[in-house]
Design a protein around this ligand. Structure first.
Ligand code: DGY
Length: 336
């Protein structure tokens, strides 16, 4: 197949199979040569004159960036979340936005459970204890944690990832509650999950796991009031987006032991942490690793590239976030 006469930019190196797809298909492919997020002024220059951009959740793609990329047909985000992109501004400029749903569901659900175990059974704390040379022998009262089997798991947002997390509870005979705008009959049938309001979920769950996407309606969905509604023995898990949880309120709740613990893979102002969070023994805080497996990141990279190439070929990409751009381009997406 002849190469597309297209000038493509990748804002940061991704797994090679994703780059290879682009290089095989396009005449020109530029990749950020640095192992870091591009500074804003660098990004504004880098997107200029491109036909397509493959970007990451750490790139803020706002109106100014979209204007700098005038003539660009697509911003293909290599993530399922796309809160980093001003989709309305992209649509207004007839630029397609795509994401990578599905391929990271299992990895993210697995990591959610890793956080649940780690926080409930105090594994990072125990690991630090042993390495510090403080382990002097088995002790009946050492680092006692929380039971998991038979407890109640509360899922906030029963979409793809929330459902996958809930389904993994089957081996642990757990009661599952969920809060969502829509009923999830499959989940109800699979694990007997019960749809409840948010307050009921917070009040009755031993583990509260957050799986909503970030938008104006979900920012600080979990704040001081919601934390106060949780059991003092409960553990909060967040593998969605940091700003869904009011991190300062959470630090206060954890410090005062108003809840027992938290497992957080995402933070309100990444990579910064709320003051005090890093000092808390009852918080487990990996650095946004939900999708960080070799296989998953490779699938994300190839899916993002596939979406990007579909747009360049005038086809509807598999994961188009703003289908309105189709309506404004009867012969394909933003074809001039
Ligand atoms: C996503 O795809 O939105 C994840 O946060 C990446 O790990």
């Amino acid at each position: 197949m002849p190469k597309l006469d297209a000038n493509v930019y990748v804002t940061r190196a991704i797994p090679q199979p994703g780059i290879d797809l682009l290089v095989e298909a396009c005449a020109r492919v530029g990749v950020n040569p640095h192992d870091r997020v591009l500074a804003r002024d660098e990004l504004l220059v880098a997107v200029r004159g491109r036909d397509a951009v493959l970007c990451l959740l750490t790139d803020t793609i706002d109106a100014a960036v979209l204007d700098a990329a005038a003539g660009c047909k697509v911003f293909a985000n290599c993530a399922v979340g796309y809160n980093n992109i001003d989709v309305a501004a992209a649509t207004a400029r007839r630029i397609a936005v795509t994401n990578t749903p599905g391929v990271l569901t299992d990895a993210t659900a697995d990591l959610t459970w890793a956080l649940l175990f780690a926080a409930a059974r105090r594994i990072p704390e125990g690991d630090r204890y042993t390495r510090a040379g403080r382990f002097t022998g088995w002790s009946p009262m050492l680092l006692l944690g929380a039971d998991i089997s038979g407890r109640t798991l509360g899922i906030i947002g029963a979409g793809r990832i929330g459902t996958a997390v809930a389904l993994r509870s089957r081996g642990f005979r757990m009661r599952v509650l969920y809060f969502d705008q829509v009923q999830n009959e499959a989940l109800e049938q699979a694990v007997g999950a019960q749809r409840v309001d948010l307050d009921t979920l917070l009040r009755e769950s031993d583990f509260v796991s957050v799986h909503v996407s970030l938008d104006a309606t979900t920012r600080h969905l979990i704040g001081a009031r919601e934390l106060a509604a949780m059991k003092p023995t409960a553990i909060l898990l967040n593998t969605s987006r940091g700003p869904v949880v009011d991190e300062a309120a959470l630090v206060a709740a954890l410090r005062e032991r108003r809840i027992a613990g938290a497992g957080l893979d995402v933070f309100e102002d990444e990579p910064r942490l709320a003051p005090g969070l890093a000092e808390l023994d009852n918080a487990v805080i990996p650095p946004h690793l939900g999708s960080a497996t070799i296989g998953t990141r490779t699938r994300m990279a190839t899916l993002a590239a596939t979406n990007l190439l579909a747009v360049l070929r005038g086809e509807t990409p598999p994961n188009l976030v703003n289908p309105e751009v189709l309506a404004s381009a009867p012969d394909g997406i933003a074809q001039e």
